[in-house]
Design a protein around this ligand. Structure first.
Ligand code: FAD
Ligand code: NAP
Length: 341
């Protein structure tokens, strides 16, 4: 067996210093499929890597990492819709910019989300009131168990908040090869989130894009300057009764009613209210501008990150009776960990 020699520090946006046995850069769909099928039978499953912006590498990876770098965007249209077929390795933000340049609107709320198009369906990326699910037509993947190509319709993807079938029944089994996106020609801006509301009456796709980019750049640390994986925890959803009890103890608590009758809490508010902004364990810290983001101050180890995450979970649980769930995917030496905290 070859040594654990290839550094992944440039390939994960948290900047953790893990290495792997072998790194394969797959630039065509044929290369991607061949590498996946070759390594599907390895003792340690292949780790499929996009931009590395939603994962934590706890240790050196004893298997092969396959980085998806496939490219290609095609556009067709009918009287009502644009339909795009996009290769998994395209940059998500690059796709948003491409659409704006072609006067195709509908992705602008999702500007500046790092990573690849192929990862977008995995956790159903979302921002500023829009989720990938709203524009997804279909997703095509390679099934590592059967070697077959499968195309799932929108409904078959089972999208919900930060979730899809690719995190459920198909976890670890599906390699997304390309996605189909459908965008209506009757564009309506989505201005439900606070920073976009000032655009009411004058919203254009470009104005929404510019505002999202400005607000995100002000608030979120750029991974090239300070390692991070965006939101470290999902926003917890609690019952209306639980929320009402919390309101009696915390008058300013932030909650958003859901169609189910439950209430979504802002996890960042919970962490901030405990005075944890700036709190650190070793080289890992809670970001000063946004408490939902954990950052690498330069030399964080995976133990630092997990230690800080555990402390936050314990403090939040004690104060609010809420279990926080980590958003990034976590990999140890021989594969994914599902329950690390
Ligand atoms: P990776 O981190 O490389 O992979 C994530 C997971 O998906 C891994 O389990 C990996 O194996 C799997 N995967 C990747 N590609 C494929 C594929 N082709 N087929 C099968 N599995 C695959 N997320 C949001 O939802 N909304 C946001 O607003 C947002 N903002 C962010 C801001 C910052 C600064 C950062 C650092 C992250 C943010 N994220 C956000 C998280 C992240 O950008 C998204 O989850 C993104 O979709 C991850 O893409 P990636 O290519 O980097 O995936
Ligand atoms: P924010 O505006 O400070 O809001 C805090 C939280 O409240 C958000 O997480 C958001 O939930 C929720 N929220 C705000 N306004 C809402 C509304 N009108 N209706 C329902 N929920 C509302 O958040 P932020 O940190 O600056 O992020 C802005 C957007 O970018 C959010 O949508 C966030 O999810 C997204 N983002 C995601 C990541 C990631 O890694 N996943 C990283 C950065 C930013 P939701 O998160 O459910 O939208």
């Amino acid at each position: 067996m070859s040594s654990i020699s290839t550094s992944l520090i440039r390939f994960n946006t948290f900047g953790l210093p893990a290495r792997c046995r072998q790194l394969v850069l797959a630039r065509t769909q044929a290369e991607l499929m061949a590498a996946c099928m070759q390594h599907a039978v390895d003792d340690v499953p292949p780790l499929i890597l996009g931009g590395g912006s939603n994962l934590l590498l706890l240790e050196d990876y004893l298997g092969t990492v396959i980085k998806v770098e496939t490219k290609g965007i095609t556009v067709s249209e009918d009287s009502e819709h644009y339909r795009l077929t996009v290769a998994a390795g395209e940059s998500w933000h690059g796709l948003v910019e491409f659409c704006l340049q072609q006067n195709i609107a509908g992705l602008e709320n999702l500007a500046l989300i790092p990573g690849t198009v192929g990862a977008a369906p995995i956790q159903n990326i979302g921002a500023y009131g829009v989720e990938f699910a709203a524009v997804c037509d279909w997703v095509e993947y390679l099934d590592l168990n059967t070697g077959k190509l499968v195309r799932l319709s929108h409904d078959e993807c089972q999208f919900s908040y930060r979730y899809s079938v690719f995190k459920g029944a198909l976890r670890g089994r599906a390699v997304v090869l390309q996605v189909g996106i459908v965008l209506t020609k009757c564009w309506q801006p989505n201005l439900t989130y606070g920073p976009l509301q000032s655009l009411a009456g004058q919203a254009t796709p470009q104005a929404v894009f510019d505002t999202v980019c400005r607000v995100r750049s002000e608030k979120l640390p750029a991974p090239e300057q300070m390692g991070n994986v965006g939101s470290f925890f999902e926003n917890p959803v609690v019952s209306a009764e639980h929320f009402s009890q919390l309101q009696q103890r915390y008058a300013n608590i932030v909650g958003y009613p859901q169609p189910s009758g439950e209430v979504k809490l802002a996890a960042g508010w919970l962490i901030d209210s405990l005075g944890l902004k700036g709190y650190s364990v070793g080289g890992a810290a809670v970001h000063q501008q946004q408490a939902l983001v954990l950052v690498n101050r330069g030399n964080a180890t995976s133990s630092d990150v997990l230690g800080l995450a555990r402390l936050i979970c314990q403090r939040v649980k004690a104060a609010f009776e809420v279990e926080l769930v980590m958003e990034p995917r976590v990999y140890a030496a021989r594969g994914e960990w599902s329950n690390v905290l």
